[in-house]
Design a protein around this ligand. Structure first.
Ligand SMILES: NC(=O)c1ccc[n+]([C@@H]2O[C@H](COP(=O)([O-])OP(=O)(O)OC[C@H]3O[C@@H](n4cnc5c(N)ncnc54)[C@H](OP(=O)(O)O)[C@@H]3O)[C@@H](O)[C@H]2O)c1
Length: 243
């Protein structure tokens, strides 16, 4: 059976995706900065689904280590899911470049070396897939969230180009644009119930979309139309809104 590499497997979305792939019999390589945080998930999934799980330590900001991280993987993956993310503090980022850089690097620029290494490997195999968890926030920069939003916009564009390149060699790239999801990242926000999804439901949608080789999905589906409307708002009105 094939191995799926989940980068950022301690994220609530990453954990839910790990469970869904385990249910379907895939073996897993799970990463976190501190792999101790993955021990209970590993035990739970191994006991329940009779699959093999490897734990690897990975800090996306240490881009110098990306090649050795890949070289040292005992088993190379057939599929990759990039779940790493950092919402950050917009107001702090406006004042301090350290926070701004952390948001931009974690959500976008630091993902590029590792995804490029994995893309090259899968391209040589002529099979496999890469899933990137981007966000609807990348569809239009909003005054309240544009550091995170612009990083996700860059990540979405990167995945789009990667998809076009890798398609020629039978490697599929899926871009996932969730709206609101109940996770640690959003625990401090009061989210509208109708627009918000649980990580498990998102994970099932992602698995289905990957199996069907979809290119870009919005979850829940109506976010496509919400963002379509938001993108249509003229700048002279948009800049007066408190979004
Ligand atoms: N929640 C939402 O509403 C929502 C909506 C749209 C998109 N998303 C995206 O979905 C993805 C997962 O989000 P989530 O809500 O499940 O997040 P989460 O529970 O807050 O988890 C964040 C993840 O990012 C990892 N991470 C942060 N900095 C890292 C670094 N320097 N190196 C390696 N890993 C690092 C964390 O790993 P450690 O355990 O090592 O800290 C953790 O696995 C993110 O890309 C997020 O932007 C979320």
């Amino acid at each position: 059976m094939k191995y799926i590499l989940i980068l950022g497997a301690t994220s609530d979305i990453g954990k839910a995706i790990a469970k869904v792939y385990a249910q379907h019999g895939y073996h897993l390589i799970l990463t976190a900065r501190d792999t101790n945080h993955l021990l209970s998930l590993k035990k739970e999934l191994e006991d329940q689904y009779m699959i093999a799980i490897q734990l690897e330590s990975f800090d996306v900001l240490q881009t110098i280590t990306h090649q050795s991280f890949f070289d040292n993987l005992k088993t190379k993956p057939y599929g990759v899911v990039y779940c790493i993310g950092y919402l950050g503090n917009q107001e702090l980022a406006q004042k301090e470049s350290t926070e701004a850089n952390l948001i931009l690097q974690t959500n976008y620029t630091a993902s590029i070396p590792i995804l490029s290494i994995l893309a090259q490997y899968l391209e040589s195999l002529k099979q496999g897939f890469i899933i990137g968890i981007s966000s609807v926030a990348g569809d239009r920069g909003r005054g309240s969230n544009y550091f995170y939003g612009s990083a996700k916009a860059g990540f979405t564009a990167f995945l789009s180009g990667l998809r076009a390149r890798l398609a020629k060699n039978n490697v599929h790239v899926l871009t996932v644009k969730p709206g609101f999801v109940y996770t640690k990242m959003t625990a401090h926000l009061s989210l509208p119930q109708l627009l918000t999804i649980a990580p498990t439901a998102l994970a099932h949608s992602i698995f289905k979309a990957q199996q069907k080789k979809k290119n870009v999905i919005y979850v829940k589906w109506f976010w496509r139309y919400i963002m379509w409307i938001i993108k249509l708002i003229p700048e002279f009105i948009f800049k007066k809104l408190n979004l």
